[in-house]
Design a protein around this ligand. Structure first.
Ligand SMILES: Nc1ncnc2c1ncn2[C@@H]1O[C@H](COP(=O)(O)OP(=O)(O)OP(=O)(O)O)[C@@H](O)[C@H]1O
Length: 250
Protein backbone atom coordinates (compact mmCIF):
# COMPACT_ATOMS: atom_id res chain seq x y z
CA UNK A 1 0.00 0.00 0.00
CA UNK A 2 1.24 3.53 -0.74
CA UNK A 3 2.53 5.79 2.00
CA UNK A 4 -0.22 7.37 4.08
CA UNK A 5 -0.93 11.08 3.56
CA UNK A 6 -1.44 11.41 7.31
CA UNK A 7 -0.82 8.94 10.09
CA UNK A 8 -1.08 8.93 13.84
CA UNK A 9 0.53 6.40 16.11
CA UNK A 10 -0.44 5.81 19.73
CA UNK A 11 -1.94 9.27 20.18
CA UNK A 12 -3.21 9.93 23.70
CA UNK A 13 -4.56 13.22 25.08
CA UNK A 14 -5.21 13.39 28.82
CA UNK A 15 -7.13 15.99 30.78
CA UNK A 16 -6.33 14.97 34.33
CA UNK A 17 -7.69 11.46 34.76
CA UNK A 18 -9.77 11.70 31.56
CA UNK A 19 -8.26 10.27 28.41
CA UNK A 20 -10.01 12.32 25.72
CA UNK A 21 -8.06 10.34 23.10
CA UNK A 22 -6.68 6.99 24.16
CA UNK A 23 -3.90 5.32 22.18
CA UNK A 24 -5.28 6.03 18.72
CA UNK A 25 -3.34 4.81 15.69
CA UNK A 26 -4.68 5.25 12.17
CA UNK A 27 -3.55 5.81 8.59
CA UNK A 28 -5.27 8.18 6.19
CA UNK A 29 -4.43 7.30 2.60
CA UNK A 30 -4.02 9.74 -0.30
CA UNK A 31 -7.20 10.71 -2.11
CA UNK A 32 -9.64 9.06 0.27
CA UNK A 33 -12.46 10.49 2.37
CA UNK A 34 -12.63 9.38 6.00
CA UNK A 35 -15.68 9.98 8.17
CA UNK A 36 -14.95 10.29 11.88
CA UNK A 37 -18.03 9.49 13.92
CA UNK A 38 -18.90 8.73 17.52
CA UNK A 39 -21.12 9.95 20.34
CA UNK A 40 -20.67 13.35 21.99
CA UNK A 41 -17.42 13.49 23.97
CA UNK A 42 -15.90 10.52 22.09
CA UNK A 43 -12.72 12.47 21.34
CA UNK A 44 -13.26 13.33 17.65
CA UNK A 45 -12.48 17.05 17.82
CA UNK A 46 -9.53 16.43 20.11
CA UNK A 47 -8.07 13.94 17.61
CA UNK A 48 -8.65 16.40 14.74
CA UNK A 49 -6.87 19.07 16.78
CA UNK A 50 -3.91 16.75 17.34
CA UNK A 51 -3.66 16.11 13.59
CA UNK A 52 -3.99 19.83 12.80
CA UNK A 53 -1.37 20.88 15.37
CA UNK A 54 -3.85 22.70 17.58
CA UNK A 55 -3.41 20.21 20.41
CA UNK A 56 0.29 19.86 20.93
CA UNK A 57 0.17 18.25 24.38
CA UNK A 58 -0.23 14.61 23.58
CA UNK A 59 1.56 11.31 23.69
CA UNK A 60 2.22 9.42 20.48
CA UNK A 61 3.26 10.63 17.05
CA UNK A 62 1.78 12.24 13.95
CA UNK A 63 3.26 11.83 10.47
CA UNK A 64 2.52 13.70 7.24
CA UNK A 65 3.80 11.68 4.29
CA UNK A 66 6.86 10.06 5.81
CA UNK A 67 7.74 13.03 8.00
CA UNK A 68 7.08 13.23 11.70
CA UNK A 69 5.21 16.47 12.48
CA UNK A 70 4.24 15.88 16.14
CA UNK A 71 6.09 19.00 17.30
CA UNK A 72 5.04 21.28 14.45
CA UNK A 73 2.47 23.94 15.26
CA UNK A 74 -0.71 24.51 13.25
CA UNK A 75 0.71 27.23 10.97
CA UNK A 76 3.65 25.00 10.00
CA UNK A 77 1.28 22.13 9.22
CA UNK A 78 -0.90 24.50 7.17
CA UNK A 79 2.19 25.32 5.09
CA UNK A 80 2.75 21.59 4.64
CA UNK A 81 -0.72 21.32 3.12
CA UNK A 82 -2.98 20.47 6.05
CA UNK A 83 -6.14 22.63 6.00
CA UNK A 84 -8.69 22.70 8.79
CA UNK A 85 -12.22 24.09 9.04
CA UNK A 86 -14.22 24.61 12.21
CA UNK A 87 -17.59 23.61 13.62
CA UNK A 88 -18.41 27.28 14.22
CA UNK A 89 -18.07 29.39 11.08
CA UNK A 90 -15.05 31.68 11.13
CA UNK A 91 -15.64 34.30 8.47
CA UNK A 92 -15.90 38.08 8.63
CA UNK A 93 -19.64 38.71 8.42
CA UNK A 94 -19.34 42.43 7.66
CA UNK A 95 -16.97 41.92 4.71
CA UNK A 96 -17.81 40.81 1.19
CA UNK A 97 -17.20 37.27 0.01
CA UNK A 98 -14.20 38.38 -2.09
CA UNK A 99 -12.78 40.41 0.81
CA UNK A 100 -12.96 37.37 3.08
CA UNK A 101 -10.91 35.39 0.58
CA UNK A 102 -8.51 38.32 0.16
CA UNK A 103 -7.95 38.55 3.94
CA UNK A 104 -7.29 34.81 4.08
CA UNK A 105 -4.82 35.07 1.19
CA UNK A 106 -3.04 38.10 2.72
CA UNK A 107 -2.62 36.35 6.05
CA UNK A 108 -0.77 33.53 4.30
CA UNK A 109 1.46 35.80 2.25
CA UNK A 110 5.12 36.19 3.21
CA UNK A 111 5.75 39.48 5.10
CA UNK A 112 8.25 41.25 2.86
CA UNK A 113 8.24 40.96 -0.91
CA UNK A 114 9.96 42.92 -3.64
CA UNK A 115 7.40 44.62 -5.94
CA UNK A 116 7.75 42.07 -8.77
CA UNK A 117 7.02 39.25 -6.36
CA UNK A 118 4.04 41.17 -5.06
CA UNK A 119 2.64 41.49 -8.61
CA UNK A 120 3.17 37.77 -9.09
CA UNK A 121 1.26 37.03 -5.88
CA UNK A 122 -1.58 39.38 -6.88
CA UNK A 123 -1.99 37.66 -10.26
CA UNK A 124 -1.78 34.24 -8.63
CA UNK A 125 -4.35 35.31 -6.04
CA UNK A 126 -6.82 36.61 -8.68
CA UNK A 127 -6.65 33.27 -10.46
CA UNK A 128 -7.11 31.37 -7.19
CA UNK A 129 -9.97 33.65 -6.19
CA UNK A 130 -11.82 33.01 -9.45
CA UNK A 131 -11.39 29.26 -9.20
CA UNK A 132 -12.51 29.17 -5.54
CA UNK A 133 -15.55 31.34 -6.34
CA UNK A 134 -16.36 29.02 -9.24
CA UNK A 135 -15.90 25.84 -7.18
CA UNK A 136 -17.98 27.06 -4.26
CA UNK A 137 -20.74 28.51 -6.46
CA UNK A 138 -20.10 31.93 -4.90
CA UNK A 139 -19.10 33.79 -8.09
CA UNK A 140 -22.45 35.58 -8.26
CA UNK A 141 -22.08 36.53 -4.60
CA UNK A 142 -18.50 37.81 -4.72
CA UNK A 143 -19.52 41.37 -3.78
CA UNK A 144 -22.24 40.40 -1.30
CA UNK A 145 -21.73 40.99 2.42
CA UNK A 146 -20.85 37.54 3.79
CA UNK A 147 -23.05 37.85 6.88
CA UNK A 148 -26.15 38.43 4.74
CA UNK A 149 -25.76 35.16 2.82
CA UNK A 150 -27.88 32.12 3.68
CA UNK A 151 -26.08 29.94 6.23
CA UNK A 152 -25.29 27.22 3.70
CA UNK A 153 -23.44 29.73 1.50
CA UNK A 154 -21.54 31.05 4.52
CA UNK A 155 -20.37 27.48 5.09
CA UNK A 156 -19.36 27.30 1.41
CA UNK A 157 -17.34 30.47 1.92
CA UNK A 158 -15.62 29.01 4.94
CA UNK A 159 -14.70 25.94 2.92
CA UNK A 160 -13.46 28.28 0.18
CA UNK A 161 -11.20 30.04 2.71
CA UNK A 162 -9.86 26.65 3.82
CA UNK A 163 -9.23 25.65 0.19
CA UNK A 164 -7.44 28.86 -0.73
CA UNK A 165 -3.89 27.62 -0.02
CA UNK A 166 -4.76 24.43 -1.95
CA UNK A 167 -4.25 21.98 0.94
CA UNK A 168 -3.57 18.33 0.11
CA UNK A 169 -5.22 17.25 3.34
CA UNK A 170 -8.54 18.62 4.57
CA UNK A 171 -9.69 18.27 8.17
CA UNK A 172 -13.35 19.30 8.41
CA UNK A 173 -15.14 19.61 11.74
CA UNK A 174 -18.88 19.13 11.18
CA UNK A 175 -19.03 20.84 7.79
CA UNK A 176 -22.81 20.36 7.69
CA UNK A 177 -23.53 21.76 11.17
CA UNK A 178 -26.43 24.21 11.07
CA UNK A 179 -27.15 23.64 7.38
CA UNK A 180 -30.85 23.44 6.56
CA UNK A 181 -32.37 20.30 5.10
CA UNK A 182 -32.85 21.95 1.69
CA UNK A 183 -29.16 22.95 1.53
CA UNK A 184 -27.66 19.55 2.41
CA UNK A 185 -27.43 18.15 -1.12
CA UNK A 186 -25.63 21.25 -2.42
CA UNK A 187 -23.25 21.12 0.57
CA UNK A 188 -22.51 17.43 -0.06
CA UNK A 189 -21.85 18.11 -3.74
CA UNK A 190 -19.41 20.88 -2.78
CA UNK A 191 -17.56 18.68 -0.27
CA UNK A 192 -17.26 15.96 -2.95
CA UNK A 193 -15.80 18.47 -5.39
CA UNK A 194 -13.44 19.89 -2.77
CA UNK A 195 -12.30 16.36 -1.87
CA UNK A 196 -11.14 15.54 -5.39
CA UNK A 197 -7.43 14.81 -5.36
CA UNK A 198 -7.24 15.38 -1.59
CA UNK A 199 -7.25 13.33 1.58
CA UNK A 200 -10.22 14.34 3.71
CA UNK A 201 -11.05 13.57 7.34
CA UNK A 202 -14.41 14.88 8.40
CA UNK A 203 -16.32 14.76 11.65
CA UNK A 204 -20.04 14.58 10.97
CA UNK A 205 -23.11 13.74 13.02
CA UNK A 206 -25.41 13.45 9.99
CA UNK A 207 -25.18 9.68 9.46
CA UNK A 208 -26.66 9.50 5.97
CA UNK A 209 -24.37 12.28 4.82
CA UNK A 210 -21.18 10.87 6.31
CA UNK A 211 -21.96 7.35 5.07
CA UNK A 212 -22.59 8.61 1.53
CA UNK A 213 -19.47 10.83 1.44
CA UNK A 214 -16.86 8.55 3.00
CA UNK A 215 -14.75 5.73 1.63
CA UNK A 216 -13.98 4.69 5.19
CA UNK A 217 -15.65 5.34 8.55
CA UNK A 218 -13.64 5.58 11.76
CA UNK A 219 -15.75 5.16 14.90
CA UNK A 220 -14.61 6.56 18.23
CA UNK A 221 -16.06 5.98 21.68
CA UNK A 222 -14.56 7.07 25.02
CA UNK A 223 -11.37 8.23 23.33
CA UNK A 224 -10.67 4.98 21.47
CA UNK A 225 -11.25 3.82 17.91
CA UNK A 226 -13.76 1.00 18.32
CA UNK A 227 -14.24 0.20 14.61
CA UNK A 228 -13.21 1.28 11.15
CA UNK A 229 -14.16 0.13 7.70
CA UNK A 230 -16.40 0.69 4.71
CA UNK A 231 -19.68 2.49 5.47
CA UNK A 232 -21.77 -0.61 4.74
CA UNK A 233 -19.69 -2.68 7.16
CA UNK A 234 -19.93 -0.04 9.86
CA UNK A 235 -23.73 0.08 9.47
CA UNK A 236 -23.79 -3.67 10.10
CA UNK A 237 -21.22 -3.66 12.93
CA UNK A 238 -22.95 -4.83 16.12
CA UNK A 239 -20.55 -3.03 18.49
CA UNK A 240 -21.08 0.22 16.64
CA UNK A 241 -24.84 -0.23 16.57
CA UNK A 242 -25.04 -0.79 20.28
CA UNK A 243 -22.39 1.68 21.42
CA UNK A 244 -23.02 4.49 19.00
CA UNK A 245 -25.86 4.21 16.55
CA UNK A 246 -28.31 2.68 18.98
CA UNK A 247 -31.38 0.74 18.07
CA UNK A 248 -32.36 3.16 15.30
CA UNK A 249 -29.40 2.12 13.12
CA UNK A 250 -30.54 1.11 9.64
N1 LIG B 1 -9.88 21.58 27.19
C1 LIG B 1 -10.45 20.54 27.79
N2 LIG B 1 -10.35 20.34 29.11
C2 LIG B 1 -10.92 19.29 29.72
N3 LIG B 1 -11.63 18.33 29.07
C3 LIG B 1 -11.78 18.48 27.74
C4 LIG B 1 -11.20 19.58 27.02
N4 LIG B 1 -11.52 19.45 25.71
C5 LIG B 1 -12.25 18.33 25.60
N5 LIG B 1 -12.41 17.76 26.82
C6 LIG B 1 -13.14 16.51 27.10
O1 LIG B 1 -12.56 15.51 26.28
C7 LIG B 1 -13.56 14.62 25.83
C8 LIG B 1 -13.54 14.57 24.31
O2 LIG B 1 -14.00 15.82 23.80
P1 LIG B 1 -14.13 16.10 22.25
O3 LIG B 1 -14.60 17.51 22.09
O4 LIG B 1 -12.89 15.72 21.55
O5 LIG B 1 -15.30 15.08 21.84
P2 LIG B 1 -16.13 15.01 20.48
O6 LIG B 1 -16.20 13.57 20.12
O7 LIG B 1 -15.56 15.94 19.48
O8 LIG B 1 -17.56 15.51 20.97
P3 LIG B 1 -18.71 16.31 20.17
O9 LIG B 1 -19.27 15.37 19.16
O10 LIG B 1 -19.70 16.63 21.25
O11 LIG B 1 -18.06 17.54 19.58
C9 LIG B 1 -14.88 15.12 26.40
O12 LIG B 1 -15.16 14.39 27.58
C10 LIG B 1 -14.60 16.57 26.71
O13 LIG B 1 -15.40 17.03 27.78
Amino acid sequence: MSQAALRCEGVTVSYGALKAVNDVSHEFQEGRIYGLIGPNGAGKTTLLNVLAGRQMRHAGKVYCGGREISQRPAYARARMGIGRSFQIIKIFGEMTVAENLLVAAQSRRPGFQPFWMSRHFDRQFREQLDSILELTGLAVHRDDIAGTLPYGLQRSLELGVTLLPDPRILLLDEPLAGIGHHEIQAALALIRKAAQGRTVLLIEHNMDAVMSLSHEIVVMSNGSVIACGAPEDIRRNEAVRSIYLGEDAQ
